[in-house]
Write a protein that binds this ligand. Sequence first.
Ligand SMILES: C[S@@+](CC[C@H](N)C(=O)[O-])C[C@H]1O[C@@H](n2cnc3c(N)ncnc32)[C@H](O)[C@@H]1O
Ligand code: SF4
Length: 379
Amino acid sequence: MIQATRRPRPAGLYVHVPFCARRCAYCTFVTSTDLDQIGRTVDALVTEITRIAGSSRRELATVYLGGGTPSLLPRPELERLAAAIRNGFAVLPGAEVTLEANPDDVGETTVAAWAALGVTRVSLGVQSFADPVLEMLNRRHTAAEARSAAGRVQASGLQLSIDLMLALPGLHRAALDATLEETVTLVPDHVSVYLLETDKPHRLGELAGLRPDLFPSADESARQYLAAGRALVSAGYRHYEISNFARPGCRARHNTRYWLGQPVLAAGVAAHGQAGRRRWANHDQLPAYLEAVETGRAPRAWTRRLGADEAVREALMVRLRLARGAPAELVERCSGLAPAFAERLEEFFSLGLARRVGNRVRLTPRGWLLSNELLATLW
Ligand SMILES: C[S@@+](CC[C@H](N)C(=O)[O-])C[C@H]1O[C@@H](n2cnc3c(N)ncnc32)[C@H](O)[C@@H]1O
Ligand code: SF4
């Protein structure tokens, strides 16, 4: 008898490229400036991707080359990565393939080479269109370079996403307005807007401890976030997730997989994966990662299966990041698990920070700003 084998659902694949030409003042991502390690690391990534792929040629709906700065990779190294992915997996026609890029790596021929390797979308770290702000962040590029990089991506027919940062020292109202105006004028397909996290171990975090007067207050940061939202929404973007805005049809499909709990495979130092209730992460130090892969071991730091209640709480947490919100049924289950959450959510409703729409519960943009307070009561 022939047994029907169930084909696993298409997955996403995240690949972490842990190199940067220099370290920005605000960054806590796992990256190294020792570019001599690129070849050895790509060797390890190729080995790991081939091992994860096995022999099943699993279908991929999305691929995300993140970092670090994948745009730093010399072309032959990127070709080796692309070949390992193509050989191990069936990348579906129409798959979203994103590459994170720093503006000063975006030359005309580089973008064409990325497109030829199957990249469909470039996520460009612009952060700000104010040169003094970029300098303070220790960015490698100017506003003018970011502008021309964006133009090159668009001219090549790839989708363009732009990262902006708010709540930065020196990002006064005029600099923010100019940054938002420039962003809208460029008409990117997608914009991510992040508030600087000052509680993390980076140089600006240290400075925030010593000289809080240099940084915008919490109220001013909130005003910046709401102003960014208004500017982008009135230019036709949909604020579809706490930090993300998209033109119609241009939502980030890879990131959406995390928010909807869909399977994401992961390769590279510090990469995190998910499938059903299983979660795992690779070593977060490059030497430990390399050593594991080179000695034939999985570079896993940990792997675990969420408990049933934990999975429900996590599902609510990630779905409330989305504008469409969470099903009321999920909210009720969590309210049963955590009465403090139910109480705090009632406060959110009465303050207009959350709304019931049909059989879903949504946070408003003001609600998102305070969402940490609400979600802390879940656990
Ligand atoms: C991996 S980086 C992007 C790619 C590329 N390395 C670059 O910087 O252009 C992802 C994004 O996270 C944001 N980010 C990094 N550190 C942050 C922090 N401490 N607080 C808020 N956003 C941060 C930045 O907007 C950055 O563009
Ligand atoms: S923001 Fe990007 S370029 Fe800057 S250190 Fe972090 S990963 Fe590297």
